[in-house]
Design a protein around this ligand. Structure first.
Ligand SMILES: [Zn+2]
Length: 253
């Protein structure tokens, strides 16, 4: 789906948290810089991404870089295949790089030993157990990052794409703010459903207090449109909804 001349929102079917759902990588379009894919789904999704691009007259091999919001598997699983098909660079927030390059174990992925302990623990919520079951047996995806992204830097594409670090969901999670059309790509710093914005999923978020502070930081931006990875486009009253969610999260902290 084309949000504006700078931005396509893709919609992919995925099995996550015990059921079918939709995820939303996006493509930032810039005449000079070429295509930038933001996040790339689970392993095995590169062909589906290519098929969606071809509907727009674009090709997987046109992708010049992949920007990663954070290292969770449902965001990076197909990055290696996209890189192989396109030769794209990989850009990622500074604090996510050790996880992506395999120097730190993924923040929320239990080691096999931890998984056994957590599944046996009656105090662990069922939703968390479902995620643990799904993740156990998976191997972390590792890749090489070509460029570190810093908080506040503006990437020279599509009228300026500002990197806004939004830690909480993971240590180094970042969102992107497209200045020209005041569009916010939130990754998992926020979620949404049918145009209704909400906070990040608590079961998948490492630190809800820090996540709330990050949402408050996002609420300081002038926003017309929000795209969440797990919910898609929020266009009605986006700014008002964002401020409301920030207020709710602050009150819960
Ligand atoms: Zn995530």
């Amino acid at each position: 789906m084309k949000v504006n001349d700078d931005l396509l929102v893709l919609e992919l079917s995925a099995n996550l948290m015990g059921g079918p759902t939709l995820i939303h990588p996006v493509v930032i379009v810039d005449e000079a810089m070429g295509l930038t894919l933001v996040d790339a789904g689970l392993p095995g999704m590169a062909d589906a991404i290519g098929a969606l691009l071809s509907e727009q007259g674009l090709k997987l091999s046109d992708i010049k870089r992949v920007i990663i919001t954070h290292h969770d598997l449902d965001h990076i699983g197909s990055v290696p295949a996209v890189v192989e098909a396109s030769g794209a660079q990989v850009w990622a927030p500074e604090r996510e790089i050790p996880f992506l390059e395999g120097r730190e174990w993924p923040q929320k992925m239990p080691t096999p030993q931890q998984a056994d302990q957590l599944l046996a623990d009656p105090n662990v919520p069922q939703a968390r157990k479902e995620m643990i079951k799904q993740m156990s047996g998976m191997k972390p995806v590792t890749l090489k990052v070509d460029r570190a992204l810093k908080d506040g830097e503006v990437l020279p594409m599509a009228g300026g794409v500002r990197v806004v670090t939004t830690p909480g969901h993971t240590f180094g999670h970042a969102s992107l703010y497209l200045e020209r059309h005041q569009t916010l790509i939130t990754g998992d710093a926020l979620s949404s459903s049918a145009g209704q914005l909400s906070g990040p999923f608590p079961a998948g978020t490492a630190d809800m207090k820090t996540a709330g502070e990050s949402v408050n930081k996002l609420a300081g931006l002038d926003v017309q449109t929000i795209v969440t990875y797990h919910g898609g486009v929020v266009s009605e009253e986006a700014s008002g909804q964002l401020k409301q969610v920030a207020g709710q999260m602050a009150a819960a902290n």
